[in-house]
Design a protein around this ligand. Structure first.
Ligand SMILES: N[C@@H](CCC(=O)N[C@@H](CS)C(=O)NCC(=O)O)C(=O)O
Length: 285
């Protein structure tokens, strides 16, 4: 497993993160420490990725974090693992300082390590002090509860219900899109032929985005603050770039807005450093 601090928000968090990086449990896989050694850059990205409400919380929030338990997020490939990207973005959007524990996707011991940490065998998995939480939506709900000022979950109950509903659709649906257009951040397939089943999923996602952007005014799905819904659909934005999916101006602007977020750029830079030889992962993952 490869460890790197992601967005330490306090001296304490930073030194704990640095310590854990000093003792990797395994030799780092070639090129897999995406953006390591960029502690302050990661912090800056996390801060700029934090929603206005979190920024407004200012010193109070920083003070609370100073005594906060250390957080570790377990993920796998930045190029292929859409669920890792979602969980990672959710932590960033919540303003949670965390250490990234990267399980190399091509390492045969990965599943054994996962079994020890995540009862579902799956990533992302968050350990926050004594709290263990796996499954992307559960991580979002947990962080929404402990960091409500982040705006990760909208404050208004009806809007929050809407946000959870479209996030849930992504969590449990769009199987055709996921199978036919697997996330591959580095890949580019100009003129990719989308089959009818996947196109139906794309059409439904476009309808969801347009409804949200029209109702809440953008630039995010629920208005001015990033929410869990933006994290859930971020890998879809990446797929639309990879597979050259045609969008109308409104949805193209939303896709570009998400792809240009500092946190997304950091993730994409990390994906670029991963080795290319994971052809067997060029399927749903
Ligand atoms: N429903 C889960 C899905 C997580 C998932 O499918 N994770 C994949 C990575 S993208 C995984 O851990 N695969 C590990 C494996 O297959 O060994 C969630 O929301 O977190």
């Amino acid at each position: 497993m490869i460890r790197k601090p992601a967005a330490p928000a306090s001296g304490k968090a930073k030194s704990a993160a640095a310590k854990s990086e000093e003792k990797p449990r395994k030799a780092p896989a070639k090129g897999a420490i995406a953006g390591s050694g960029k502690g302050s850059g990661a912090r800056a990205a996390a801060e700029s990725a934090a929603p206005p409400a979190a920024k407004a919380a200012g010193k109070g929030a920083a003070k609370a974090r100073a005594g906060a338990p250390e957080a570790h997020l377990t993920i796998t490939s930045k190029n292929y693992s859409s669920w890792s990207l979602r969980g990672w973005l959710i932590c960033r959007m919540a303003g949670l300082p965390f250490v990234e524990d990267v399980l190399p996707a091509d390492d045969p011991t990965t599943r054994a390590e996962l079994l020890l940490m995540s009862p579902s065998f799956l990533v992302p998995r968050l350990r926050h002090g004594k709290v263990d939480v796996w499954d992307t939506m559960a991580i979002a709900d947990y962080l929404g509860e402990i960091l409500p000022e982040s705006g990760l979950l909208p404050a208004d109950i009806a809007v929050r219900a809407h946000c959870r509903a479209i996030s849930g659709e992504m969590h449990s649906g769009f199987a055709n899109l996921r199978a036919a257009l697997p996330m591959n951040i580095k890949g580019r397939y100009p003129g990719f032929k989308v089959w009818a089943g996947a196109q139906a999923d794309i059409d439904h996602i476009v309808a969801i985005w347009k409804d949200c952007l029209n109702r809440y005014g953008g630039p995010f799905l629920f208005g001015k603050t990033k929410t869990v819904a933006d994290a859930m659909y971020a890998p879809v934005c990446a797929r639309f770039v990879t597979y050259d999916v045609e969008l109308d101006d409104q949805c193209a602007a939303y896709r570009d807005h998400i792809m240009a977020l500092p946190a997304m750029k950091e993730w994409i830079d990390g994906a670029a450093l991963e080795p290319d030889e994971l052809e067997e992962l060029d399927v749903e993952f």
